[in-house]
Design a protein around this ligand. Structure first.
Ligand code: 5AD
Ligand code: SF4
Length: 461
């Protein structure tokens, strides 16, 4: 990989791209496909920002692109298989346009066995970049367009804390990554292996970024980190949140994802008293069984988790709670699963993202005995999903007849007069509106509540 100074690399790519663009009579296009979580969405905005800096413009289709980037997810096998099939679909683009560059970035590009697979079975992939290495995109492109060989970078310099340009695509909503990586090594999870250890950005940088977003009119800011509440630089997460909350303006601050072990009293206190922090907490429980939690290496018991929930509800009785739950973890017995079902009844989450356990190569759980047969895991998953859908609906019902503040997004794909938006607690709302509402806080009277959405009428703009 090139050792030149970053600015010089960007300029060198830009010059070469300009020469090629003028011979083609059109600017070079970049097409980015993002899989996975919000962290990947945010990383893709950095990839797009760097691509723009090198002279690429957004292409509407892969056929029009000179650079295709896939930002990949490795959290479950299903995500990986889907990604490989999308990569395969770009083979014909390369056949039509041999100067096309295809880069595979993100979590799959940090798994050595996947990188080997890409090297041997996907000869049209030009380079890979790990999540920590995405800031090396300009070097990877320069190497390749200067006649270098295909490159599969597993050990590039760590660029996560570097300032890179960000091309945001969220309009009035924005992601701000505040920490990267994970130290927890939950026994089922690939993240610590592909995203490395925790690194936090200095608080002054985060404050400056949020301040500039609020000043530019962004209304909804989500602070991101694999363990956002483990953020620690010159200050800790509760202190950062209260600093951000002091920024004047009309906006809402969200944060995800939190780990129960770091859900401190100080954090609860900040959420309770803040002006801008969402009345919502996403706190993955993963399982309601202490023995499963122990084998997951989660480092809390159900009782400890319930303690956090009680503290949150004591100060904010209507706070919305959401969670992640894995079913079919190795050794999960019927009794363990019943513990999870009981926990759902006791806690009554507003929403739950549930997943069937997927063995990840290299993680301790993949080697554990008692892998749960897929039909058993599937039946548990369906039961959990059905019960939680009822609970979610019951939790939404008290909002019927109330007026709530909603930040309006765009119209739905099927009916251009039906818009969607989010309440302060992050609940999805559908209502009739016109384009003028987009990006504004409006008041909506809730007429009907379902499990996954509320339906209402706009009462004030
Ligand atoms: N199998 C299934 N679900 C997983 N998650 C993480 N790793 C796995 C896995 N191997 C889930 C966890 C996490 C969410 C982002 O994905 O619930 O909180
Ligand atoms: Fe994975 Fe656990 Fe880290 Fe979350 S806290 S990213 S589930 S290892």
């Amino acid at each position: 990989m090139e050792k030149r100074e970053k600015g010089a690399i960007v300029r060198a790519v830009k010059e070469k791209n300009e020469a090629l663009a003028s011979s083609l009579g059109k600017p070079l296009g970049v097409y980015i496909v993002t899989f996975g979580c919000q962290q990947n969405e945010a990383d893709s905005e950095r990839l797009r920002g760097m691509a723009h800096e090198m002279g690429y413009v957004d292409a509407d289709t892969p056929d029009e692109a000179s650079l295709i980037l896939l930002n990949t997810c490795a959290i479950r096998e299903h995500a990986e298989l889907k990604t490989l099939s999308v990569i395969g679909s770009f083979k014909k683009c390369k056949e039509k346009n041999p100067s096309l560059l295809i880069g595979v970035c993100g979590c799959m590009a940090a798994e050595s066995h996947r990188v080997e697979e890409l090297r041997h079975r996907y000869p049209y992939v030009d380079f890979t970049l790990t999540p920590a290495g995405i800031g090396n995109l300009p070097s990877a492109i320069l190497d390749r367009i200067s006649g270098g060989r295909r490159c599969f970078y597993l050990d590039t310099p760590d660029t996560v804390l570097d300032e890179t340009p960000i091309a945001r695509t969220g309009g009035h909503r924005a992601y701000v990554s505040i920490m990267y990586g994970c130290n927890n090594f939950c026994s089922y999870c690939i993240v610590p292996y592909v995203r490395d250890r925790e690194r936090s950005r200095p608080s002054c940088e985060v404050v400056a970024e949020v301040l500039s977003l609020v000043r530019s009119g962004v209304k909804d800011i989500t602070l991101l980190g694999q363990n956002v509440n483990s953020y620690r630089s010159d200050v800790d997460f509760p202190a950062l949140l209260s600093m951000l909350d002091e920024i004047p303006g009309e906006y809402i601050l969200r944060f995800m994802t939190s780990h129960p072990k770091d859900a401190s009293d100080a954090l609860v206190d900040v959420i309770a008293h803040a002006k801008h922090v969402e009345p919502h907490f996403h706190l993955p429980l993963q399982s309601g069984s202490d023995s499963v939690l122990h084998r997951m290496n989660r480092r809390y018991t159900l009782e400890k988790y319930m303690g956090v929930v009680k503290k949150l509800r004591a100060v904010l009785p209507d706070i919305a709670l959401s969670s992640d739950i894995i079913v079919g973890f190795p050794g999960e017995t019927d009794e363990d699963f019943e513990d999870t079902m009981r926990a759902l009844e006791e806690i009554r989450f507003d929403s739950v993202y549930s997943f069937i356990y997927s063995p990840r190569r290299g993680t301790p759980a993949a080697e554990m005995e008692g892998q749960v047969p897929s039909d058993v895991a599937g039946a548990r998953f369906t039961r959990l999903l059905e019960r939680q859908a009822d609970i979610s609906r019951e939790k939404n019902l008290p909002l019927v007849g109330k007026e709530v503040r909603v930040l309006a997004d765009g119209p739905s794909k099927t009916d251009s007069s039906v818009f969607s938006g989010r309440t302060d607690a992050g609940k999805l709302v559908h209502f009739k509106a016109d384009a003028e509402a987009v990006g504004k806080f409006i008041t909506v009277h809730i007429d009907r509540a379902e499990s996954f959405a509320l339906y209402g009428t706009v009462t004030s703009k």
